[in-house]
Each structure stands twice: as structure tokens, then as C-alpha cells.
Design a protein around this ligand. Structure first.
Ligand code: NAD
Length: 501
């Protein structure tokens, strides 16, 4: 299937000519231009935000299960178009087809979750200390929610936010990555059509704005947007967070990770190997939850390194649209340069680098393909504390469990983590308050590939946000505590007396 027909099937026919100041959509498969997309200027973005605010005033009063019906209809359309959308993700972001389809499945899954949630936005009743009173806690919609997304999950991250935000009674303004505008256009077109066919929805409940960093900054600065959910690098969050806070807005930050796995002497090595290779080399190392540091008990280190070298050497690297490929391209030349400089820093620090070199699949010379790299080191050197968004797995030995935990936690990021062990004490310690300091902690499965049912996000420089499942929906609502006096007396709390004749 050629690139043009993938775009056409997904409903984003290519535009042939560059547009002044606009975006050039490209495919990392061979580096070629796919299409040209105009960006929205300040006035257009301002108008979309204003429209989202107007729509909010109507949408917030629509009963939540009716709001859920919108999401149910949207998911039905996404199910129908799953293959076409999955192929477009592969084309524009470079992830292999199975992962592209998996990402669309994540869109569907979070929609199903949100539909159920639309009948479960539970509040609380609380015992009152005063006779003839009751206390309640209720959740109300917040307002227009800004959603800024990264290139590596060009559809799912918007869906995690939008499906929940919409059933919670908010409207949504989406600013996708400038590297993946076509995925956003294709998915949002479906949403717009579904909204257009659903009489209960104000036409402006879901908005898309195409732009670069400046568009994200406009969302960050808009007083009409009470919540900005932003997914991307820690540098982005460091710039955006204070801007939103300066106007007392809330932000939900999903930033970079630097995820580790510990392999203990009792680990099932065959199982561990499968999990490690998927988590470290899958998606060409371009997941926020990618496994970047492997902390291995010294007694196993030589054996596991040998197994990894063998597995890495045989990983099929190539076009993500080919059925047998497991490792697709990096997103662009910049990602390749950053990977090479991280490997140079590793060599400088005395580590042994295996792989990491450029691969040139026939006919795809304009793509940046690499053989995933293993970096064998004795110490956790400075470059290992950074997130390099590429398939580099640092392997470091440990001697005792406390040391392994310390190595795992002594980075600035705190997204995901894993332990491979059959020792119940080690597993439970890892999951305990004194164990992993990350938002996600797994036993005998890798740190990447989360399900939507749990809350997703991480601590420290990962930003502290939680989205997707569990009670993450509460972030998209405002909490109101209510006191009702149904008696004919007027008692004050804490026994305060204030007689008024
Ligand atoms: P990026 O930070 O370059 O861009 C992300 C988005 O933020 C884009 O839409 C971009 O236009 C926008 N942006 C950038 N600077 C901004 C600013 N100052 N103000 C407002 N908006 C701004 O990230 P990327 O390269 O697209 O994605 C890779 C990064 O995203 C990695 O660090 C990865 O770990 C992270 N990520 C995190 C999660 C998570 O859930 N924690 C998920 C996916 C990706």
C-alpha cells in the first residue's frame, strides 16, 4: 500500500504544494514530505477557544450519560476505521503496524471506559456534626480543557484526555504535535462528524488547532482554559507549567521518563528477556515508558548481556509497514543526532556500546533507522540520568537489593519501573513505600505498554499528572462541598455561638 492511499483511506488526502508558514507533514519511513498543512494563527486559535467556552456553557448542562453517548458513537466510528487509522499512525510516527493498531485500540478502550464513567461520576455524602444537616461532595465540569500532545502517541493521548474531559462536561481544544498533524486531522475529523450528527452536542465541543510551540503557549496563557493537559518533554513542562500557574490555571503534566527494570537472581530469564526487548527496543525506544536502564544482579549479568546481544542482533529493523519489522525508524534526523551524542557520552564514560549504528533499508535512505543499542557500564554516569528518546538500553550490575533500588530511583524522572523476580519479599519491597518511586511499578512485566484502566503518569520531573483510568477523571472536574440545613434551627459548626435577635 503506498503512502498516498494510506492517507486517502484515513480521510486526509495529501496537499501537493507547500503553504507559507505552514507545517510540512513527513513520514519517518523515508523522510519524504506527505502533505502540507496550514497553521492556525493567533486570531483563529483565540476564536476556537472562545467557541469552546460558548459550547461549554451548554454542554455542562447536558446529562452525563447523554455526553457518554457522544463518546460511544465516536468509538463506534473509530472501531470501523481502525485499520486505516492504525496505518496512518505507522506512516506518520513510524511505529510498527501492530503498535499503530494498538494505539487505535487504546483510543477505543478509553472511550469504552468513558462511556461507563458517564454513569459513575460519583460524589460523596459526609456525616454532618450538626443536627438536621447533610454534607455532600459533588463534582462539576471545569470548562474548556487544553490538550497538548507529543508526536509518539499522536492519537491515544488526545483520546485519554478528550474522552474523559467530554463526559465530565468540559469542552476540548487539542494542539497536536507539529510532527504528526495528519493523525490529528484524521481522528478529529471523525469526532467533528460525530458531533455534527448528534443533536445534543454543541458543534464546538471539540476543537483542533494546528500550530507549533506558540499555539501551545497561547493555550497555556488563556484565562478561558482552567486546565491544560500537556504531554511531551520535561523541557516543555518546565516552560509551560509556570505559565499556567501564573494565572492560577491547573496543569496536568505527562513528561519524560527514564525507566528502569531490576533483574534479580530468582528471575525467570526467558520471560524477562522477552519483556525487556519489547520495552527497550519496541517503538524504536520512542515511548515515554521505554525501558532505558537495566539493573541486573551481578551473578546474572554476563548471561543476560549475552542473551540481549543475541536478541538485539536479530531484531528486524525496517519499514514499519512491513509485517516482519519489529523496529521502525526514529522520528527524524534530530533524534538520530541526539542518540549518537548519547552513545558518544557513554563511550567517553568508559562504557561498552553494542549496536546503535545507522541501518539503511533498501530504498529508505531518507529514514533514520538504527540498530537498537546496548550500553554495558559499571556505573550510572551522568548521560544515563537524561531521557534520550531513542533505543538505548544501559545495562548496569548490582550487588545487593538496596543498591539496585537506589540506582533505579536516583534519576530526576519518575514514570515507570519494573522488577523481574520470583522472590516475594523482593517483589513486595519493590511495590512498597520504600520501593520504586515511580508512578507505575510492575512485577514480571516490562515498564511499557500500560492498560487504560489504571491511572497513568509519573512523579518528579515526569510532572505528577495522572490521566486515563482509575479516578483520573477527577482532574477534569471541580469539587464542590455542599452543606444543606433541612432543620428549622441555625446551629453553627464547632459549637460557635453567635446569637442574633
Ligand atoms: P515536545 O516536548 O517536543 O512537544 C510536545 C508538545 O508540546 C508539542 O505539541 C509541542 O508543540 C508542544 N510544546 C513544546 N514546547 C512548548 C511550550 N513551551 N509551550 C507549549 N507547548 C509546547 O515532545 P515530543 O518530542 O513531541 O515528544 C517526546 C517527549 O514526550 C518525550 O520526552 C516523552 O517521554 C514525552 N512523552 C511523555 C508521555 C507521558 O505520558 N509521560 C507520553 C508521551 C510522550
Amino acid at each position: 500500500m503506498n503512502f498516498r492511499s494510506i492517507m486517502q483511506e484515513a480521510g486526509v488526502p495529501p496537499a501537493a504544494a507547500p503553504i507559507a508558514g505552514g507545517l510540512q507533514a513527513h513520514t519517518p519511513i523515508d523522510g519524504s514530505a506527505l502533505s502540507y498543512v496550514p497553521i492556525d494563527n493567533v486570531e483563529v486559535i483565540g476564536a476556537r477557544i472562545a467557541a469552546a467556552q460558548e459550547a461549554f456553557l451548554v454542554w455542562r448542562a447536558v446529562p452525563p450519560p447523554v455526553r457518554g453517548e457522544l463518546i460511544r458513537r465516536f468509538a463506534r466510528r473509530v472501531r470501523r476505521d481502525k485499520q486505516a487509522l492504525g496505518r496512518l499512525i505507522s506512516l506518520e510516527s513510524g511505529k510498527i503496524l501492530s503498535e499503530g493498531l494498538g494505539e487505535v485500540q487504546e483510543v477505543i478502550d478509553i472511550c469504552d471506559f468513558a462511556v461507563g464513567l458517564s454513569r459513575q461520576l460519583y460524589g460523596l455524602t459526609i456525616a454532618s456534626e450538626r443536627p438536621g444537616h447533610h454534607l455532600l461532595e459533588r463534582w462539576h465540569p471545569l470548562g474548556p480543557v487544553g490538550v497538548i500532545t507529543a508526536f509518539n502517541f499522536p492519537m491515544a493521548v488526545w483520546a485519554w484526555n478528550a474522552a474523559l474531559a467530554l463526559v465530565c462536561g468540559n469542552t476540548v481544544i487539542w494542539k497536536p504535535s507539529e510532527k504528526t498533524p495528519l493523525c490529528a486531522l484524521a481522528l478529529h475529523r471523525i469526532m467533528s462528524e460525530v458531533v455534527g450528527d448528534f443533536a445534543a452536542a454543541h458543534p464546538a465541543v471539540s476543537q483542533l488547532v494546528i500550530g507549533r510551540r506558540e499555539a501551545g503557549e497561547q493555550i497555556a496563557d488563556s484565562a478561558l482554559i482552567p486546565l491544560v493537559s500537556a504531554t511531551g518533554s520535561t523541557a516543555m513542562g518546565r516552560a509551560l507549567g509556570p505559565r499556567v500557574a501564573a494565572r492560577f490555571g491547573r496543569s496536568l503534566l505527562e513528561l519524560g521518563g527514564n525507566n528502569a527494570a531490576i533483574v534479580t537472581p530468582s528471575a525467570d530469564l526467558a520471560l524477562s528477556l522477552r519483556a525487556i526487548v519489547f520495552a527497550a527496543a519496541g517503538t524504536a525506544g520512542q515511548r515515554c515508558t521505554t525501558l532505558r536502564r537495566l539493573i541486573v544482579h551481578r551473578s546474572l549479568a554476563t548471561q543476560l548481556k549475552g542473551m540481549l546481544r543475541k536478541a538485539y542482533a536479530s531484531l528486524p529493523v525496517g519499514s514499519p509497514l512491513e509485517r516482519d519489522t519489529l523496529v521502525g525508524p526514529l522520528i527524524d534526523a534530530g533524534a538520530f543526532v541526539r542518540m549518537q551524542s548519547a552513545l558518544a557520552a557513554a563511550r567517553q564514560a568508559g562504557a561498552t556500546v553494542v549496536g546503535g549504528d545507522r541501518v539503511l533499508p533498501p530504498g529508505l535512505d531518507g529514514g533514520y533507522y538504527v540498530r537498537p543499542a546496548l550500553v554495558e557500564t559499571e556505573t550510572q554516569f551522568e548521560a544515563m540520568r537524561e531521557e534520550t528518546f531513542a533505543p538505548i538500553l544501559y545495562v548496569i550490575p548490582y550487588d545487593n537489593f538496596e543498591q539496585a533500588l537506589a540506582l533505579q530511583n536516583e534519576v530526576r524522572q519518575g514514570l515507570s519501573s519494573a522488577i523481574f523476580t520470583t522472590d516475594m519479599r523482593e517483589a513486595e519491597t519493590f511495590l512498597s513505600a520504600t520501593g520504586s518511586d515511580c508512578g507505575i511499578a510492575n512485577v514480571n512485566t516490562g515498564p511499557s505498554g500500560a492498560e487504560i484502566g489504571g491511572a497513568f503518569g509519573g512523579e518528579k520531573e515526569t510532572g505528577g499528572g495522572r490521566e486515563s483510568g482509575s479516578d483520573a477523571w477527577k482532574t477534569y472536574m471541580r469539587r464542590q462541598t455542599q452543606t444543606v440545613n433541612y432543620s428549622s434551627a441555625m446551629p453553627l459548626a464547632q459549637g460557635v455561638q453567635f446569637p442574633v435577635e
